[in-house]
Write a protein that binds this ligand. Structure first.
Ligand SMILES: Nc1ncnc2c1ncn2[C@@H]1O[C@H](COP(=O)(O)OP(=O)(O)OP(=O)(O)O)[C@@H](O)[C@H]1O
Ligand SMILES: [Mg+2]
Length: 287
């Protein structure tokens, strides 16, 4: 978890290539103390629309950043660029070589057992199997190593995907709405699990979410993407354990919802559930 970030350029999908060939000002070579993620002037254009229009962002090693934004604002695009699944058109992108991604759906290989899914792509052998079993135990799936993915519940499958991401001990963990498809109770449990495992393994984390409460509960920092730029990038100072009843929690939630175009005073009064599942409010009002 200590290697130096390398540079992803608009011309390559391998972020281990090292020379920025962007039109952004040249970035000096990163040092061991540099942040895990360093973005300057990042642009991504689809057709005539600059979905990302000059993103400046650092994520420190071991830091957990939650990224909010209405649907279609470019959150996944940003995450995909960090994961070398898409390219930047302009700007400087420094990311560590070891990154893993968890998506909204688990994307397990149906023809491989759970343990095989977790260790897929790793060197074969007893040591890898043992590492895979430990990762499964961490997510509470020790008894499911030999199960087929098709027999898992949605929450179990997503935990298997999390184990697959963590077993590689990534320096950067990219989470794209990983709890969105889960029921409310499972989602809360998964949030706790991810928080616990990230504190233990200490990757830098980018969590893309629509759920404002989830962002506040989990993140060291929250950012909001709107119109191609980050309109907020704020350290979360709410004391842990973070409770929605805490006035600091509520105040930050109000600020974030306002950034998303949701104004609580004008929201329907019956929406007590909004506070436990605010992604619905955010997506209803901000999409
Ligand atoms: N490969 C592509 N070609 C053309 N347009 C694209 C491509 N990828 C994304 N877009 C467009 O870029 C915009 C941002 O997409 P993106 O998936 O990043 O949004 P998002 O913030 O993740 O949305 P959601 O919250 O709904 O997941 C959308 O308008 C989308 O249609
Ligand atoms: Mg998305």
């Amino acid at each position: 978890m200590s290697s130096t970030p390398t540079t992803s350029t608009p011309t390559t999908s391998t972020p281990t290539a090292s020379t920025p060939t962007t039109s952004a000002p040249t970035t000096s070579a990163p040092t061991a103390s540099a942040p895990a993620v360093h973005l300057r002037g990042l642009r991504r254009v689809f057709g005539t629309r600059a979905v990302l229009d000059g993103i400046d962002l650092d994520i420190a090693r071991g830091e957990f950043l939650a990224l909010l934004g209405a649907s279609g604002t470019g959150k996944t695009t940003l995450l995909r660029i960090l994961g070398a699944l898409d390219r930047a058109d302009q700007g400087t992108v420094l990311v560590p070589p070891s990154r893993t991604v968890v998506f909204q759906e688990p994307r397990l290989i149906p023809s491989k057992r759970v343990l095989g899914n977790v260790t897929v792509g790793l060197p074969r052998g007893a040591a890898t199997r043992e590492t895979g079993r430990r990762a499964l135990a961490e997510v509470g799936l020790a008894d499911h190593a030999d199960a087929w993915p098709g027999t898992l519940s949605g929450g179990e499958a997503q935990r298997a995907a999390l184990a697959r991401a963590l077993v590689r001990e990534p320096e950067l963990l990219l989470l794209d709405e990983p709890f969105a498809a889960l029921d409310a109770l499972t989602r809360l449990r998964m949030q706790d699990l991810v928080g616990e495992l990230c504190r233990k393994h200490r990757p830098a984390v980018l969590l893309v979410t629509h759920d404002v409460d989830e962002a506040i509960r989990l993140a060291d920092r929250v950012a909001v993407l709107r119109d191609g730029v980050l309109v907020r990038d704020e350290t979360v100072t709410v004391e842990r354990p973070r409770e929605a009843a805490d006035p600091d929690f509520a105040a930050l939630r109000r600020r974030l919802l306002a950034d998303l175009g949701v104004h609580q005073d004008s929201a329907p009064r019956h929406s007590a559930a909004r506070h436990s599942a605010p992604q619905h409010a955010a997506s209803q009002h901000a999409n």
